[in-house]
Design a protein around this ligand. Sequence first.
Ligand SMILES: Cc1cc2nc3c(=O)[nH]c(=O)nc-3n(C[C@H](O)[C@H](O)[C@H](O)COP(=O)(O)O)c2cc1C
Length: 221
Amino acid sequence: MEVTDAIRNRKSTRTFLDKPVSDELISDVLECARWAPSGVNSQPWHVAIVTGETKLKVGKALAKLRADGAKARQDYEYYPTQIEEPYITRKRACAHALYNALGIKRNDIEKRKAQWMKNYHGFGSPVTLLFFIDAILEKGSWVDAGMFIQNVMLAARGFSLETCPQAALAEYPDVIRKILNIPDSKKLICGMALGYADYDDPSYQYRTEREPVENFTQWYS
Ligand SMILES: Cc1cc2nc3c(=O)[nH]c(=O)nc-3n(C[C@H](O)[C@H](O)[C@H](O)COP(=O)(O)O)c2cc1C
């Protein structure tokens, strides 16, 4: 696959086939992704690969917390508490595109909620990846980790797999650390669903938009 194709045609995938991904293939994806750059080559990423019974256990625990109305306690704020334009419009468009593809009406709170809950089981993917970083590291290393995470998504496509990055899986990091026996010093950045996409599913039949290049650039010469 061309790298430009891997980038242009990657989509957050919220529908997966009931088809396992071999440990070898998961390792191949991570072996490719590890070539991401990082400041002074610090390689500040740590990945928990969660499958099978453990994935089910993690998914159930997170879904229960959410269903019980437990307050999310992320290791960091991914989103600001108050957002302004143009981010409000983009956020709305993002949600609208998904619900529209699924035929879920704006005011159908129950169906929206049910769709959101699918996050905790990785939208039916056989693999959940959880990305951690050492608490002692600074913002620069979080930038590095972001590059690594994007590499995982692109590398996956090279092996005919698809992904969905998931902030939802980082809402209750203490519970995840407890189940996986991961020390407090490792902070949870986000999760990711990984598997073979069900390309025919309605949730896959749309593409989010992007601003044209001239809207986010300024040339200096
Ligand atoms: C770090 C990160 C966290 C995300 N968290 C979620 C999530 O919890 N649930 C979800 O359905 N999508 C999540 N997304 C996917 C975004 O909604 C998606 O990337 C965006 O709408 C652009 O669409 P695309 O990825 O299909 O191009 C996340 C994306 C990123 C980069």
